[in-house]
Design a protein. Sequence first.
Length: 260
Amino acid sequence: MPPLKESERLDGRFLLKEGWDLVSIAFNNPDVIREQYRLLRKHCSDPFVYTVADNSSQPAARVAICQFCREAAIPYLSLPPSPFTPPSFSESHGAALNYVYRHYLKPRRAPYFGVLDHDIFPVQPVSLTAYVKEQPFYGMLQVCDNAEVTGGRLLYLWPGLAFFDAAYTHARKVDFMPRYGGDTGSGSFYSLYKPLLVDEGKEAVFAFPDETRVPLWEGDDFQNDMYAHIGDEWLHMVNASNWRQAEDHLKKSQRVAELL
């Protein structure tokens, strides 16, 4: 992928000396981007710049997402087409995040940054800065036992809801690709997570939110029949782009919209 132009990385209108760079990886659903931006503006108490990095595979979705960003004065990055195809969604997501981090987030030098799935929504007042006051990262912790790492236990943040103190991450290697038997985000295990969570044993000391899965109707398919609360402050629609081709996707979208 080619690097971004200087004007795309460092637009003076959107640079922050304090606060947060938040990047959402869009994928084929303009509606959730609109809702995410609306609810971040409503509930987030920290200064932030919200950027949409469009990884959509459908040209019509890219046009609609770009048009919304233009109308709302939201920074918009049109990512090059993914080299990965189904069932490699984890690799596509990881490659998009790596590109955005290296060519956009790191050069902008905001003191804090967060990466979001497009269907994650704050539903209560939230302070992101409070998340990283006592620890350098916060989000949904993934624990994979019997993984391909030293000791067999892989810990990392799911990069659909992950927040970082840039002073910690920028001095280390960041890799969002799925590696070592884990999913997207696990490539940073040795550089970001092992030194603190394993070597210093802070897994039990650091705060991480729990996920609570909520059924919308009868059925036990997480992608089709449920949504999730992450902590008290976030709602995850799950499968907003319908990559799983869920039978009740439209009904689920309508129900979640009513909740929001």
